[in-house]
Design a protein around this ligand. Structure first.
Ligand SMILES: [Zn+2]
Length: 141
């Protein structure tokens, strides 16, 4: 065993999961892909095999323009995970993309998340790049 200290990294998803692999492959090109039902028009998020509105299986992929609004958020002040420990305090937020998907993410690019993040705030995607994929974060517009 090496005595070298490993630099802590963000936990990343696997690209082999059937329902979400297409989404994560798109993040490599900084595309936030979401599904829309060809039968009833329901926007489906997170990715899955069948529509949450009508159970149809004909879901089409679309790409978000990357703009949205903070639906809700919380401030993490203490984390025991090595990657997140040094980042606290940071904001974890549910963001409603303009096309409909609501996803959980981190708000970056703010000095003080307790003062600089609020419900209803306009945000845009900010990609944290890794070798095989990118993680969709948001930053205030
Ligand atoms: Zn449907």
């Amino acid at each position: 065993m090496s005595e070298e200290k490993k630099v802590p990294t963000r936990p990343l998803p696997k690209l082999t999961e059937l329902d979400t692999a297409e989404f994560w492959r798109g993040t490599k090109d900084k595309e936030f892909r979401y599904q829309k039902c060809a039968n009833c028009g329901t926007v489906v998020w997170h990715p899955r095999a069948h529509c949450t509105g009508c159970v149809d299986g004909d879901l089409q992929w679309h790409v978000s323009a990357g703009q949205g609004t903070i639906y809700s958020y919380s401030i993490v002040r203490l984390s025991y995970h090595p990657f997140f420990r040094g980042k606290a305090p940071f904001a974890v937020a549910y963001v409603d993309l303009d096309e409909g998907p609501r996803f959980l993410t981190n708000v970056v690019g703010v000095d003080d998340p307790g003062a600089d993040v609020h419900i209803g705030q306009r945000v845009q995607l900010h990609w944290e790049e890794y070798e095989e994929l990118s993680v969709p974060l948001v930053t205030p517009v």
